[in-house]
Design a protein around this ligand. Structure first.
Ligand SMILES: CC(C)(COP(=O)(O)OP(=O)(O)OC[C@H]1O[C@@H](n2cnc3c(N)ncnc32)[C@H](O)[C@@H]1OP(=O)(O)O)[C@@H](O)C(=O)NCCC(=O)NCCS
Length: 170
């Protein structure tokens, strides 16, 4: 049985060990880290999956405040999701889906911000309605594969066609 709890309750060293195992110790060089550089994790939207006794960390999902700056210099706030990680021994047991479902439940229904992530479209499109449609004119502060730059946005929220993603500095 898996329980979802706030990530803030987990020792940060345990989270680092999980992320190193999923993405390697050079993960900090990834473009996703540059997009949210200097930002503090959004604690209300960052979650951990633990075993029933809350003894063992099985997975984590983090969210960050970012913004797309359009050509007029206007910032459009968004939420960056990731990294999403599950320990290899516990993958394909529904933990990734459970963490994302818990996150989506926490998103404010009356003021939803677009969710952005860099990840496998085969997973995030299939289960959570993320899409690369509409992100092809966006640029990032590092290399990226356009098919993996995904967004999940309310149908009635128009997304800027062009712009640069970066930290949300007000
Ligand atoms: C990607 C990840 C978070 C998914 O979590 P999970 O708990 O293993 O996945 P779930 O149990 O929720 O979902 C399992 C289903 O998703 C599919 N799936 C899992 N990872 C997938 C991926 N990377 N691409 C496509 N499909 C994937 C499985 O095949 C399975 O499908 P099925 O039910 O038809 O067999 C996890 O595998 C992981 O940590 N991977 C390494 C780190 C990573 O790549 N993170 C994502 C980038 S931010």
């Amino acid at each position: 049985m898996t329980t979802i709890i706030p990530l803030a309750e987990i020792d940060p060293q345990l989270v680092d060990a999980l992320l190193d195992s999923a993405f390697g110790e050079d993960r900090h060089d990834r473009t996703a880290y540059k997009v949210r550089e200097g930002m503090d994790m959004l604690e209300g939207l960052s979650l951990a999956a633990v075993d029933q006794d809350k003894q063992e960390l099985l997975g984590s999902i983090q969210c960050w405040p970012i913004a797309l700056t359009d050509e007029q210099g206007k910032m459009h706030p968004m939420i960056m999701v990731g990294p999403v990680a599950v320990y290899p021994d516990f993958q394909r047991e529904g933990i990734g889906r459970a963490m994302m479902a818990a996150l989506l439940k926490e998103i404010q229904p009356d003021a939803p911000l677009p969710l952005v992530l860099i990840g496998d479209p085969e997973y995030y499109e299939r289960f959570f309605d993320f899409t690369a449609e509409g992100t092809s004119g966006w640029t990032l502060p590092g290399p990226w594969d356009p098919s993996r730059l995904l967004v999940r946005s309310g149908k009635n929220i128009p997304l800027p066609k062009t712009g640069t993603l970066g930290p949300w500095k007000r």
